[in-house]
Ligand binder design. Structure first.
Ligand SMILES: [Zn+2]
Length: 88
């Protein structure tokens, strides 16, 4: 996600992993913005939770169910016929 510092107009990026982590933390704490310090001038830029949600689309909640295809294996059990050889 690209952030533009409102003070010095410096462009910097926040990793998606970080945004996802911050989003979870904000939802738990009930916050609505993320304070991002500008790497250039150290000014705190407030990123709204809505902006971050747009930046990190969540995967659909529907869980794909894989159908198990069971192969019907017919076990052919042939009775072993033991031929006893008569010894002379
Ligand atoms: Zn800045």
């Amino acid at each position: 996600m690209q952030i533009r510092c409102y003070r010095c107009n410096w462009n910097f990026a926040i990793k998606r992993d970080e945004i996802a982590f911050v989003l979870e933390a904000l939802e738990e704490s009930g916050g609505n913005h993320y304070d991002v310090p500008c790497p250039r001038c150290r000014t705190t830029n407030k990123i709204s939770i809505e902006q971050m949600r747009r930046a990190v689309p969540r995967p659909p909640s529907e869980v794909e169910v894989e159908e198990e295809v069971k192969e019907h294996e017919e076990e052919k059990v042939e009775g072993e016929s033991e031929e006893e050889k008569g010894e002379d």
